[in-house]
Design a protein around this ligand. Sequence first.
Ligand code: GLY
Length: 402
Amino acid sequence: MRIKHQLLLTIFISLFTLKVRAQSDVAGAFTFATSQTSLMLIEVAKAKAQTTNNSLVVPRTLDKNGNLVLINSRDWCSGFFPGELWYLYEHTKDAKWLTEAKTYTAFIEQEKTNTTTHDLGFEIYCSFGNAYRLTQDPAYKAVIVQAAQSLIKRFNPVIGAIKSWDNVKIGKYPVIIDNMMNLELLFEATRLSGDSTFYKIAVTHANTTLKNHFRADNSSYHVINYDAETGKVVNKITAQGYADESAWARGQAWGLYGYTLCYRETKDKKYLQQAENIAKFILNDPNMPKDLIPYWDYNVPDKANQPHDVSAAAITASALYELGTYSVNGKSYTSTANKIVSNLSNYRAKEGESKGFLLLHSTGHLPAHSEIDVPIIYADYYYLEALTRKQRLHDHQPVIKQ
Ligand code: GLY
């Protein structure tokens, strides 16, 4: 009897210790993030003072000399830094972050009428979407709805998809897997405006992508080129991956996140199934390193000499926390997300260095020799989002605060 009691006590203490340790992981990561982001605000101010180009407003990465690269609001990455500031405010409730978040979000507003990019979801949802979620300020709501109106101008009903890029050599009507991320803006716009047009377009785009972007093993192509007149697929290729038939790491993460959010918004089981299929591909791929931080492409040869893509891991972790709340495999997804988040701490910048970026070793566009093995703002954004989700699940709250 006494042995049984001792055993139960040991199990209880171990579980309690694990829970406390998981908690201090999040607290420690946010302490690090607030310190680094305070530094980044100083570095952004310094970099702005050194340029005469007033449109350069938010940070994106570091150049080869370690200088901070500032971008304008048109850049697809413009919403991530404001979004990070919102996550810091959400976690700390500190008015300092609220003020900074409002300031940096305002820099992006002019993109609400931009019809030349499919990236409005990234730009406006990560900034204004988080702003509205946390403040309920109707001014933010209006920007989200207007941006969604701009985004749907790129929808072709014959194809059933939103066009990704204009004027590119690779095709007349390219649609990339990344575009699944922009659907979040459309779902939110229907909720906020009551106009179901946005929702219907998002669902049609998700269905077209489901039909054409995936291989038998549930990995996805990066780019599908369509014929705008007939709606037929012209070819299936890559732009940022190793090869047309390879699995570009960040693309798989975008797909996982995209179908998870489609299930959240529609409760259509085929999206849940697809998110689970993608998770299975990512997590069972023999090319996934033990620490779950992938190389930039799952199929690239000579892995020992290839850079990682930490951003793919951060996006995957955040998506798995949400998927874990919907799936029968939930516990396993949550535990995998915990492992990724914990391992990401091995890829952190040294405190006080790297101009305030949080994570090192992301790869933006290797075939274009651009942003290889560097800190990138979207890796930091999804890292903070994943940490926020981890904290909320620990506190028995819905994975996303609405
Ligand atoms: N197009 C977004 C990315 O590089 O992942």
